[in-house]
Design a protein around this ligand. Structure first.
Ligand code: ATP
Ligand code: MG
Length: 252
């Protein structure tokens, strides 16, 4: 049975999408079967993986239990693309009984076809993110190594505790991944230290460096492994992927 992993941080621009793209490609190249569900109306994962943005009939339809495309992006890597209409679900599902289990139901019959299912969440704790967290076995939290990251950590832990209490007692934190790190910068080192104090062993050993190539790659529809395989970001995401597998196995 595949592990369903929501990549979530309600803070915007911390590297959620970059993490989904690169971990998904790294794992699929290591022969794991991977499905990426792009639940963000911004559709950055969809385009960053080189797929067409679509206006309707993507993940919106999937969530509602209708026919939806599973695009074969590359060997072992399928994607359910986002569609702009998915933003409407925030309104359409609010007040609908059992809204939090729509995605779970939709994924049910596909889970065994994959080893890993990644859900890219939008940067808010609205219905889409809550639904992703309610569906998932794990949450993976990218944290940008900058001063403001620390301010959000309490809120982040609170959101996850809320989901565990309200919808999904089985949700576990798979880990916290430090992103956009600049090891030469004193602030980065301080923030890294404080995040490790706060989250302890949850923090991945692998740290994702800041790299212009990592930011460029999605405009070519490529992961960093495909765009510049010798880039430090490529090594970091490959290391993070191996660590993710270990953590999951350790969990049983
Ligand atoms: P949102 O909350 O809007 O969905 P996000 O959390 O998904 O954002 P990304 O889109 O992955 O974050 O990253 C935000 C921006 O930072 C993007 O322009 C991305 O290319 C860039 N970026 C991400 N990781 C790195 C990195 N390690 N080095 C340099 N740039 C990065
Ligand atoms: Mg994103």
């Amino acid at each position: 049975m595949g592990a369903v992993i929501a990549v979530f941080n309600q803070k915007g621009g911390v590297g959620k999408t970059t993490t989904v793209i690169n971990l998904a490609v790294a794992l699929s190249r290591d022969k794991h079967r991977v499905l990426v569900v792009d639940l963000d109306p911004q559709a950055n994962t969809t385009s960053g993986l080189g797929l067409e943005k679509i206006t309707e009939g993507g993940v919106y339809s999937f969530v509602l239990g209708e026919e939806a495309p599973f695009v074969e992006r590359s060997p072992n890597l399928d994607v359910i693309p986002s569609s702009a209409d998915v933003a409407g679900l925030e309104v359409e599902l609010s007040g609908v009984e059992g809204w939090q289990s729509y995605l779970h139901r939709a994924l049910e019959e596909y889970r065994e076809d994959y080893d890993y299912v990644f859900i890219d969440c939008p940067p808010s704790l609205g219905i889409l993110s809550l639904m992703a967290l309610a569906t998932s076995d794990y949450v993976l939290i990218p944290v940008q190594t900058e001063y403001y990251a620390l301010e959000g950590l309490g809120q982040l832990s609170g959101s996850i505790a809320l989901v565990q209490e309200s919808f999904n007692p089985n949700l576990k934190i798979l880990g916290v991944l430090l992103t956009m790190s600049d090891g030469r910068n004193k602030l980065t080192r301080e923030v890294t230290h404080q995040v490790r104090e706060y989250f302890g062993d949850y923090v991945f050993q692998a740290v994702i460096p800041r790299s212009v190539k990592l930011a460029e790659a999605p405009s070519f529809g490529k992961s960093i492994l495909e765009y510049d395989r010798l880039n430090k970001g490529s090594f970091a995401y490959k290391k993070a992927a191996k660590e993710l597998v270990k953590r999951r196995l350790a969990d049983g």
